[in-house]
Design a protein around this ligand. Structure first.
Ligand SMILES: NC(=O)c1ccc[n+]([C@@H]2O[C@H](COP(=O)([O-])OP(=O)(O)OC[C@H]3O[C@@H](n4cnc5c(N)ncnc54)[C@H](OP(=O)(O)O)[C@@H]3O)[C@@H](O)[C@H]2O)c1
Length: 183
């Protein structure tokens, strides 16, 4: 976040302060990154479009997937990368801190799977984490969510149908800035 970004946002929304100001700047920077990525893909002659929804809301997921199908005809695969952290010591963690983090991974994966299945789904990949196996202090919710996602995807593996599925147990990625809540 640079001084220029802060200045621009402050000028447009002078009432924003502190956390709200940071959130607005992050939102704008994310928008710039999305536009840049779509332009890079277009330059490589890859047709891509960007749709946004809350993966924990089955109606939003269904609506967005219908839009994708109406544009591209079918859905071959899903890469489920949505996630959030709400770190806290176990003794201090609230029930929503646990279920919100869990829902994005597990319910999100289930919604994406369920609503893309009738449209020709052939593979589904989930971005899980190595902490699903090792555990990590202050991340019981995130560890459980990633483990549950991996277990869910495993139940879809070959032999039980035509869907290929894989959970990627990713290590920490340098330079990735984690967000604590959905913008
Ligand atoms: N970064 C790492 O070191 C690391 C390591 C292991 C695994 N992973 C996994 O890799 C994935 C991506 O991580 P990242 O570092 O790129 O994190 P990130 O930049 O924070 O991206 C997380 C994404 O999840 C989206 N999201 C959160 N809640 C959502 C919801 N309810 N519905 C739809 N989208 C939602 C966010 O969308 P909005 O911005 O629109 O809210 C954001 O684009 C995560 O699943 C994470 O668990 C990351």
């Amino acid at each position: 976040m640079t001084r220029k970004h802060v200045g621009l946002v402050k000028k447009t929304w002078p009432e924003l302060e502190g956390r709200e100001l940071e959130k607005e700047i992050s939102r704008l920077l994310a928008g710039v990154e999305i536009t840049r990525t779509l332009k890079d893909l277009a330059r490589l002659r890859v047709e891509a479009s960007y749709h946004r929804c809350d993966v924990t809301d089955q109606h939003q997921v269904s609506r967005v997937l219908e839009q994708v199908v109406s544009r591209y005809g079918r859905i071959d695969g899903i890469i489920h990368g949505a996630g959030m952290i709400r770190d806290s010591f176990m003794e201090l963690m609230s029930a929503p801190d646990f279920t919100d983090v869990m829902d994005v991974k597990l319910l999100g994966g289930w919604n994406l799977y369920r609503h893309s299945l009738p449209h020709g789904l052939r593979f589904i990949v989930g971005l899980s984490s190595v902490v699903a196996v090792t555990g990590n202090m202050g991340q019981v919710n995130y560890c459980a969510a990633n483990r549950a996602l991996a277990a869910f995807l495993r139940t879809l593996s070959p032999g039980k149908g035509r869907i290929l599925s894989k959970a990627l147990m990713l290590p920490p990625i340098e330079g990735a800035a984690w967000q604590t809540s959905r913008r």
